[in-house]
Design a protein around this ligand. Structure first.
Ligand code: ADP
Ligand code: ZN
Length: 720
């Protein structure tokens, strides 16, 4: 047999099939093959009889390592490398845990004592007799346990006599082991939930959009669909947008489905991730739960794919291959003939447009479970507060509601619309803002560590005594951050217990979960945080949510800023009043007349959608056009500029030939001109005609002079 092999080298020059004599290797195997004078890893894509090459010259597969790739993966790789314009080796790597490729982790094994044979024992060897009788009855026992119970000497004697032998057994490192063990909540589905499940079952459409307000019981619907897949002997993938959500969802799934669930996310140790992946690959576990990359989980025979909070930006990968988990999930659903469930309280404009045009089934859950009311939205006009002389971060309305909430013994969430601390540092003498030396962005002050950090490259700086450009000593902080908010809150409510959750307090792989768990256990009265606390969480005693700067994200120069703001307000407010008492949400803004805010405060998703879709259509922005950005970066400005010119002129030819296909076409500096010491330029396009895409990629990615890096982004989530 001949094996068609892709070698594990991500270079365009070797991005094709190489043939070897199979030597027992099967499709999906990872193998070692001779390649250009050395031996490299490769993957067997296909086996066939004969070869187009001279069989005598065909080299042999040197060794078979393992068989990590499923049949489905083998067939999707081609579609993925075509869609995302990457080599097949890169597409293949998506399906493997990174640590497996690097050969860093191995199975964790332990010794087990196994009964081998009855041997004659002297009557005095009582311990040996007992140990042997025990093992004869049990068959096997972990070696450490066995030795502890019967003593080292007895066990060694039995081993040397051949009565007992040792075997290696694979043990799985169980992530978040301490988190399991919660009892599954047995619930009867509400009529609305039942109706939704009935609609999904009856639908002939591949994709189902479950548009349900916050607290409408979407999770229960997902779990029911997953249970149904398991009953049919099939598997499931359950995608959640962020790590902060995963453990919470995971413990719910664990409670219901036991060890048939495997968790895949970047917060696990390499060993854990490998083991969880392996449990799925072997079929021992059938449900994969995790963030974006879990869409590649090796679950065979999928019965359903659930993608929760479908609007979330984290489903789009920002590094090569720049895949969108929603697209990959759809490919897999088609391949498996199963349904893809997209869920959200605030669907993306793109998804809702498809649903409203009938491409996706649209299932709406307009009410919360048990008709519980959505939180009352109170809009606080901060301009008026300032006029009244209130220069704190809290409006009178929010302070009043916080007092009432705390007095009633309930919990509150205070949300800041940014990843904030005391923000940047400004020199009051010359007006300069302290910036990162490697990136063209301002630094952020972290009071706990007393240092300045760059949020793009992670560099740390000591707080200078004087302004570097002018030597002035009047440096001051601008803006409000979570630390500052916690400080102010503590002054206002000295008795309140306050927890803070942001990027800085969530170190460690279970950091998020620990904070959330403490808050859920009512070990604190107020939780202060940024984006991380916005979504998904279900805290029954939270009856108040304060959004300090609701319009903050409206000022970002991004076509999606309105959509993001609407989503954020709805999601954060949705944490309030989910059980028991009625909830409230105080939305603070400097722009109370803004339409986004008005729609959000009225829970009017459809109004928002109509307005936003009309705006995007008239201005020709996605989903009515596609933004394509070709990024060119290099360490030297000159090298970057040269590469930019080349890319630009090549694309300009295409533009000149098809002017009607482009709505916008220009070259320029990227908004952030330098990141990690690389100068950044871009060719920015909006295209009306997707058939131009392959040619754009081809021209952008044609070989360039060394030193410059070029990549293409479609509708990027971040245009900085
Ligand atoms: P969503 O994901 O739509 O925001 P959840 O699935 O978190 O909503 O459900 C909201 C709340 O309602 C949760 O506390 C959940 O435990 C509860 N819940 C969901 N379904 C039921 C049901 N059928 N009966 C009782 N309580 C339910
Ligand atoms: Zn930096």
């Amino acid at each position: 047999m001949t094996a068609e092999v892709i070698v594990d080298i991500a270079h365009a020059d070797v991005d094709r099939i190489f043939e070897y004599r199979a030597e027992g290797a099967e499709e999906g195997c990872r193998v070692r093959v001779p390649f250009g004078g050395r031996t490299v890893d490769g993957f067997v894509m296909r086996l066939k009889e004969g070869s187009d090459f001279d069989p005598a010259k065909l080299k042999k597969v040197a060794a078979v390592i393992d068989k990590p790739l499923t049949r489905e993966c083998l067939s999707l790789v081609h579609a993925l490398s075509a869609r995302y314009h990457c080599t097949k080796a890169l597409a293949l790597r998506l399906f493997l845990p990174a640590e497996m490729r690097r050969g860093q982790v191995h199975e964790l094994q332990k010794n087990v004592a196994v009964f081998a044979a009855d041997v004659p024992l002297t009557p005095r060897a009582k311990a040996q007799a007992a140990a042997l009788a025990f093992l004869k009855e049990q068959g096997r026992c972990p070696y450490t346990v066995y030795r502890e119970q019967f003593g080292d000497a007895a066990v060694r004697a039995l081993l040397s006599r051949g009565a007992v032998r040792l075997e290696k057994e694979r043990v799985a490192r169980t992530p978040l082991a301490g988190l399991a063990g919660e009892k599954p909540a047995v619930r009867t589905l509400t009529p609305a939930q039942q109706a939704a499940i009935g609609r999904i079952a009856a639908s002939s459409r591949r994709v189902q959009l479950l548009h349900g307000v916050t607290g409408s019981g979407k999770t229960e619907i997902y779990l029911t669909l997953i249970a149904a897949a398991l009953r049919e002997g099939k598997g499931a993938i359950f995608l959640v947008p962020e790590i902060s959500l995963t453990p919470q969802m995971f413990s719910q799934l664990r409670a219901r489905f036991g060890d048939r669930v495997a968790i895949l996310h970047s917060g696990l140790s390499a060993g854990e991730r490998f083991d969880e992946w392996h449990r799925l690959r072997s079929g021992e576990a059938k449900i994969a739960v995790g963030a974006r990359s879990a869409v590649f989980a090796p679950v065979e025979n999928l019965g359903v794919i659930v993608l929760d909070e479908e609007h979330d930006g984290s489903y789009q990968s920002e590094s090569n291959p720049r895949y969108d988990a929603r697209e990959v999930a759809l490919l897999r659903a088609e391949h498996n003939g199963c349904k893809l469930i997209l869920g959200s309280a605030t669907p993306s404009v793109e998804t809702y447009l498809r649903a409203s045009e009938g491409e996706y089934e649209l299932i709406e859950l307009p009410e919360r479970i048990n008709r519980r009311p959505l939180p009352e939205m109170i809009v606080a006009d901060m301009r008026r507060e300032v006029r009244r002389g209130n220069d704190s971060a809290f409006s009178a309305a929010l302070r009043g509601e916080l007092s009432a909430c705390l007095e009633a013994g309930n919990q509150a969430i205070v949300f800041l619309n940014r990843r904030g601390y005391a923000q940047s540092v400004v020199c009051r003498d010359c007006g300069a803002v302290l910036k990162c030396e490697q990136c063209d962005v301002s630094l952020t002050y972290h009071s706990e560590e007393g240092c300045l950090k760059c949020h793009y490259c992670g560099s740390n700086y000591k707080m200078p005594r004087a302004c570097p450009p002018c030597g002035g000593v009047h440096l001051s902080y601008t803006g409000t951050g979570t630390q500052k908010v916690v400080g102010e809150l503590q002054k206002l409510y000295p008795a309140a217990r306050i927890l803070r959750m942001d990027f800085d307090t969530t170190g460690g792989k279970e950091g998020h979960y620990k904070i959330l768990k403490r808050f859920a256990a009512h070990e604190a009265d107020i939780l202060v945080g940024t984006q991380m606390i916005a979504k998904g969480h279900d805290f029954p005693s939270v009856t108040l949510v304060g959004i300090l700067d609701a319009d903050m994200s409206l000022h970002f120069s991004d076509y999606r800023s309105g959509e993001r703001t609407f989503q954020l307000i709805t999601q954060v407010a949705g944490r309030s009043g989910r059980a028991g008492e009625k909830g409230k949400a105080v939305v603070q803004t400097y722009d109370p007349a803004n339409y986004i805010l008005r729609f959000a405060a009225a829970y009017d998703y459809k109004g928002f959608f109509r307005h936003e879709a009309a705006l995007r259509k008239s201005t020709a922005f996605p989903p009515f056009a596609r933004i394509v950005r070709v990024m060119v970066t290099a360490e030297e400005d000159k090298a970057a500029l040269e590469a930019l010119k080349e890319v630009y002129f090549s694309l300009k030819e295409l533009y000149d030939a098809h002017p009607q296909g482009f709505l916008f076409f220009n070259k320029m500096h990227a908004p952030v001109r330098r990141i990690q010491n690389r100068c950044r330029y871009q060719v920015l396009m909006r295209i009306a005609d997707d058939s131009l895409l392959p040619e754009i990629y081809a021209r952008a990615l044609a070989p360039r002079p060394r030193g410059a890096l070029v990549y293409v982004e479609e509708n990027p989530g971040n245009l900085s």
